[in-house]
Design a binder for this molecule. Structure first.
Ligand SMILES: [Zn+2]
Length: 158
């Protein structure tokens, strides 16, 4: 498993990379207030990626309205993308869900889901970055024009 992709940053780098609210959830295992997250009611089709490292985590196809106030999914898009870990904090017996690539906290998984797996991945919106699928191309534009290239992100001098 030596070639397993991993993203490692120092806590200082994470602070620069993330908003304070994202940092609290992703790196301090915080929880956003119920019904406050950006994606609670999002029903668009697309992909939910890790807000910290952009790994594809959940597909909108598996999202359902759990009524809990957090985005809920029946299963990860890629099983290996998430890591499950027992979490006995706050006197509760829960299973924490982390991004396997960068180790960031995403939320928890419970056994009361509606799908064939019976699982409910309860994930903070702040831990996710949504990529809408099938956005209509602007009318009359060339079909061969990609979006702006964001690869040039190295603006931080040492
Ligand atoms: Zn990640």
């Amino acid at each position: 498993m030596a070639d397993e992709p991993r993203v490692e940053r120092t806590e200082e780098e994470w602070r620069e990379h993330l908003t304070p609210a994202q940092y609290d959830v992703l790196r301090r295992a915080g929880t956003e207030p119920a019904f406050a997250g950006e994606y609670v009611y999002n029903k668009e089709s697309g992909e939910y990626r890790c807000a910290a490292c952009a790994t594809m985590l959940f597909s909108a196809d598996t999202k359902f309205d759990s009524g809990t106030g957090w985005p809920s999914f029946t299963e990860p898009a890629v099983a290996q993308a998430v890591e499950l870990r027992p979490d006995r904090s706050y006197g509760m017996d829960r299973t924490e869900v982390l991004c396997r690539v960068c180790g960031s906290h995403l939320g928890h998984v419970f056994d009361d889901g509606p799908g064939p797996t019976g699982q409910r991945y309860c994930i903070n919106s702040l831990a996710l970055s949504f990529d809408a699928a099938g956005e209509p191309a602007p009318a009359g534009s060339s079909s061969s024009t990609p979006g702006p290239d964001e690869a040039d992100a190295g603006e931080h001098p040492q």
